[in-house]
Design a protein around this ligand. Structure first.
Ligand code: GLU
Length: 390
């Protein structure tokens, strides 16, 4: 039987991101047709019940691996990228065919983190995905592995699925993996390992249970699934981590069966823009500020002005995200800067009225405007300042 809480979250989950891991859809013989067909059947049932579903799927590299007759994922990045190019079309063909049996149209969407780090491209990607959903098409999303290098990578599809959930204002993330959910010990090593059915989304206590060691084919292990669940919890979205190997798992979850681990969301969600700054953009440097500026930012909700800046480290451009550190070198905020790092060095310690004289131009009075500043304490508590989700 489903708990009333789970039931109510599921009944409100109209737009759902479903993430399928490599270990779920690939076996020793390659892509498992039965599993792909089962997933497609369940998703088509959801769509028929007026849900909107975005599928984030791994399996490009593992499919390429099997096609090339390899048994182990190579260490070389370019070989992994080549395998992804070989496998992505196999993956899409399998989904096209499986969804096609139900007359369900699908679309391939390949993205890199860099695509979402720029606000305009982020909003473009959002519009495309929302248009596809509007047209009742299931977007099938993967990282664009062939072109993504480390700096522009999501790293793993768990992270990608969290970004997609935020990008599309999804109501739920369902993460299908090769285990039944989060256990208090590694279930492959301990017979007495206990499944944890419910986690308060921001409970960092569960981090200790989640191994960062991936399986043979996947990338992030349970740790990256827990991190993804915590990220979406901040945006007010629940996650269920469950076994994608179990037959009809999606259908059973939506029928209310108590499967997997449910991560509860935070009640006051962080707005879309702040979530994007804190999680989708990656920090390119640090700005160290003085005590006065630190109090103004944390206690009084002020912007960061050049006068409070003591030090700048790293090279970053206007519009990049940076960590803001207090004099004790503790990160107190993440913010999006209005100036290039070199320019900030020239204006640090100065009054805003001196910016033009020092640089020969002036974008804004603030180095980071408060609307583009996410306090670390905001990530842990509520955020009443946000007015819109994106
Ligand atoms: N994008 C990779 C693939 O399709 C998977 C990344 C991951 O395992 O999270 O093979």
């Amino acid at each position: 039987m489903s708990s009333p809480l789970r039931k109510s979250l599921l009944s409100r989950a109209r737009r759902v991101v479903i993430k399928v891991g490599s270990a779920v859809i690939t076996s020793t013989h390659g892509l498992s047709k039965d599993v792909v067909e089962g997933i497609a059947a369940d998703i088509c049932r959801l769509v028929a019940n007026r849900h909107q579903v975005l599928l984030v799927t791994s399996g490009a590299i593992s499919s390429g691996l099997r096609k090339m007759g390899l048994t182990k994922k190579p260490k070389s990045v370019s070989q992994q990228q080549a395998l992804a190019a070989i496998g992505q079309s196999i993956l899409m063909m399998a989904y096209e065919e499986a969804f096609g049996q139900y007359g369900q149209k699908v679309a391939q969407v390949l993205i890199t983190r860099d695509d979402l780090a720029h606000r305009r491209r982020y909003l473009n990607a959002r519009n495309t995905l929302l248009t596809l959903l509007d047209w009742k098409i299931v977007p099938i999303i993967n990282e664009n592995d062939t072109v993504a290098v480390d700096e522009i990578k999501f790293g793993d599809n768990d992270n990608l699925s969290a970004m997609v959930a935020n990008l599309t204002d999804a109501d739920m993330l369902l993460c299908l993996t090769s285990t039944n959910g989060l256990y208090d010990k590694d279930p492959t090593l301990h017979k007495d390992a206990r499944l944890i059915p419910l986690v308060q989304g921001l409970d960092r206590g569960v981090d200790q249970y989640a191994s960062a060691v991936p399986g043979n084919l996947g990338t992030g292990g349970m740790a990256s699934k827990v991190k993804a669940a915590q990220k979406v919890a901040l945006a007010g979205v629940p996650t269920i981590i469950a076994s994608g190997i179990k037959d009809g798992i999606i259908r059973r979850i939506f029928q209310g069966e108590e499967e997997g681990t449910l991560f509860l969301p935070r009640e006051t969600p962080l707005c879309g823009r702040k979530h994007w700054i804190a999680f989708t953009k990656s920090c390119k440097g640090d700005i160290i500020i003085d005590e006065g500026a630190s109090v103004a930012i944390v206690e009084k909700g002020k912007s960061l002005l050049p006068s409070g800046i003591r030090e700048v480290s790293g090279r970053f451009s206007q519009g990049d995200a940076v960590n803001v550190l207090n004099p004790l070198r503790e990160t107190i905020a993440i913010g999006m800067v209005n100036y290039h790092s070199g320019d900030i060095k020239k204006i640090m310690g100065a009054k805003s009225s001196e910016i033009e004289a020092r640089l020969g131009f002036r974008h804004d009075d603030e180095v980071i405007h408060r609307d583009n500043l996410v306090l670390i304490k905001e990530l842990e508590q509520g955020d009443e300042a946000c007015r819109s989700r994106q």
